[in-house]
Design a protein around this ligand. Structure first.
Ligand SMILES: C[S@@+](CC[C@H](N)C(=O)[O-])C[C@H]1O[C@@H](n2cnc3c(N)ncnc32)[C@H](O)[C@@H]1O
Ligand code: SF4
Length: 371
């Protein structure tokens, strides 16, 4: 993480991490007043076009000693910015000062870091101008077969499915470049009987995903799909959500799950499709906390290349009541203790930790766009 102090020795420090045609993201704080939140201003040719407060929590900032870690920003850019020009140069500074963040100025082009689409909003995406996508996340169905107690998207389920022809049209006409593609995001892709058709369509698109081509799933319905057909697509990453290798614990939080079925499915698919790498998403609750090492061991035995630990956050839209969710929330510091515990045993590489404050903020960003 690079830092930058301004020449007038005002103790601001900040960095632009990334920008695309919709937003600028980074972090900024005043090192002599760590509890203050700084306002970041985005300018084009000296004229303000957007602003936002750097008050979001990021675990990496906390670890790097940037105060309480709540100094990240995500400033939305006006939609008309790229209407007339393919590129715009923007400077990013602190309100009321001459301080510019490290990494500024930036050049904004027709590129989106991450787009999340589902059947309800797909028409809007089809009518947008062509873009380069960092990561495109697509829900091909808008429902799920499980009822995980903590799932925020149960309340958002609908019967709509994405039309295969629309997906193909989008990939052929709306994409000028695609780094990563995820099938499945907020719901469950394997409930769609057309899953293999979608995977094949993405593989034969004029610009298929250059890096990760991911299937994000709870694993329970994989046996309903043709593994040989999946193996013949370009799919290279399976992201499986599995919180516990104790069947009772798993069934109590990820309601409707059958551990043996999931494990057989994953072993079977990986054997049929050796090019697919396994990645585990593990939600940490008081129920799963004691047995996390066993989930990691199971993943390691299957050659898993990444483990993402997600501290359960309290979903704002939940089908369940507080009496069920509160006891599942980790006490303060337990997630950090888990990180230490796992790091001692398995090392840092391959492990990623997302705590509940961060996940909740992330959810509040993407959920309204899917309605
Ligand atoms: C909404 S799910 C959708 C994809 C798929 N159905 C699945 O479960 O993998 C995306 C990820 O968010 C995780 N998740 C859901 N609710 C959560 C919560 N309240 N706190 C932390 N992670 C959560 C899930 O376990 C899963 O790994
Ligand atoms: S499997 Fe995924 S989408 Fe389905 S209820 Fe669980 S977390 Fe939500």
């Amino acid at each position: 993480m690079r830092a930058h102090l301004n020449h007038d020795s005002i103790p601001y420090e900040g960095f632009v991490d990334d920008c695309d045609s919709t937003c600028v993201v980074g972090w900024c704080w005043r090192t002599d007043r760590p509890s203050e939140r700084v306002t970041v201003v985005v300018r084009r040719a000296g004229v303000e076009v957007a602003r936002g407060v750097a008050d979001r929590f990021r675990r990496d900032l906390l670890h790097a000693g940037k105060g309480d870690g709540s100094h990240a920003f995500h400033v939305e850019l006006p939609a008309e910015l790229l209407r007339e020009h393919d590129r715009q140069r923007l400077s990013i500074g602190v309100e009321g000062t001459g301080f510019e963040l490290a990494g500024s100025p930036v050049t904004v082009s027709r590129r989106i870091r991450e787009l999340i689409v589902n059947p309800l909003v797909f028409q809007r995406a089809l009518h947008a101008p062509p873009m380069h996508f960092g990561t495109l996340r697509v829900d091909i169905s808008n429902t799920c077969n499980l009822d995980c107690v903590y799932c925020p998207t149960i309340a958002l389920r609908t019967k709509e499915r994405l039309a295969l022809a629309d997906f193909e049209h989008f990939l052929a006409h709306n994409v000028t470049g695609l780094d990563n593609l995820a099938i499945g995001c907020g719901q469950e892709p394997t409930v769609s009987q057309e899953l293999c058709d979608f995977l094949e369509a993405a593989g034969r698109a004029p610009l298929p995903p250059r890096e990760l081509f991911m299937l994000i799933t709870n694993g329970t319905l994989l046996h309903k799909h043709d593994w040989k057909r999946i193996a013949a697509t370009r799919l290279n990453a399976l992201f499986l959500s599995l919180d516990s290798t104790d069947a009772d614990v798993l069934a109590s939080v990820r309601c409707g799950s059958k551990l043996e079925r999931i494990q057989d499915n994953v072993r079977g698919l990986l054997a049929a499709a050796p090019a697919i790498r396994l990645n585990l998403n593990i939600v940490v609750t008081t129920a799963s906390f004691p047995g996390i090492e066993r989930v990691v061991e199971w993943g390691e035995a299957l050659g898993a290349v990444s483990f993402t630990l997600r501290e359960m956050y309290y979903p704002p839209e939940t089908a369940r009541g507080a009496e069920l969710l509160e006891p599942l929330m980790l006490p303060p510091e337990h997630f950090a203790q888990l990180e230490e515990r796992l790091t001692r045993r398995f090392g840092r590489e391959r492990f990623c930790y997302a705590d509940r404050l961060h996940l909740r903020q992330e959810y509040e960003d993407w959920a309204p766009r899917l309605a």
